[in-house]
Design a protein around this ligand. Structure first.
Ligand code: GRF
Length: 219
């Protein structure tokens, strides 16, 4: 029997982060397999990508449910039916209630396009540019009730460049997201991290990561 963790991915849109997880999971030594993709939007572009990759997909349209809890109960059941052990939200655009979040506590990851706790919410790239930050980035974290909070699993810093627009910055952050999410999921699925007092504990790195300087140190 496979010892890989069984992953369900939640999407609402284009699914590029989902695609990066599916791609990573092709590696024979990757500790996770993607067993289902669930979208709350029937038109999500990511559904076709998942189907083409041979992953079973489920559409659970939130508009078909009278309450948030009924929608979430259906989603929870679909995850159980697929034998899901860990959830990866990847551009999933529905707020979740405490009932769902608690059931999947420390078993649901999310990716957010900023260096949390800076810039939770929407329009992260435009807000970072308006503030003049020199380093922006992305975060994978465990999900908690309050949006874009929860123990941080991994982050990638991205230098803000002269002339950046929200679009150019978003594109570079998205590139980093596609590398960060498979890395973070590997850490969680392999059991390399644990959460204590809502802070992530990891083994010390074997080499010291270089600092990211922005603007760069060289003249
Ligand atoms: C990503 O920027 C992700 O960080 C945010 O929503 C976007 C989803 O993009 N939560 P995609 O659907 O993965 O392409």
């Amino acid at each position: 029997m496979s010892s890989k963790k069984r992953i369900g991915i939640l999407i609402s849109g284009r699914g590029s982060n989902m695609a990066s997880l599916i791609e990573a999971a092709h590696a024979h030594d990757y500790p996770a397999e993607i067993v289902t993709v669930i979208s709350n939007r029937p038109t999500a572009g990511g559904l076709a990508i998942a189907r083409d990759a041979g992953i079973p997909t489920v559409v659970i349209d939130h508009k078909d449910f009278a309450t948030r809890m009924a929608f979430e109960a259906k989603m929870h059941q679909a995850l159980l039916d697929a034998g899901v052990e860990l959830i990866c939200s990847a551009g999933f655009m529905r707020m979740l209630t405490g009932g769902f979040v608690d059931r999947w506590r420390n078993r649901q990851l999310n990716i957010h396009p900023s260096l949390l706790p800076a810039y939770p919410g929407l329009d992260t790239h435009a807000r970072a540019l308006r503030d003049g930050v020199r380093i922006h980035g992305c975060t994978v974290h465990f999900v908690r009730l309050e949006m874009d909070t929860g123990p941080i699993i991994a982050q990638a810093g991205v230098a803000v460049l002269p002339g950046d627009t929200p679009e150019t910055l978003a594109a570079r952050v998205l590139d980093a997201e596609h590398r960060l999410y498979p890395h973070a999921l590997r850490l969680v699925a392999s059991g390399a991290v644990r959460v204590t007092n809502d802070i992530l504990e990891t083994a010390p790195p074997t080499d010291t990561p270089a600092a990211l300087f922005s603007p760069p140190l060289r003249p």
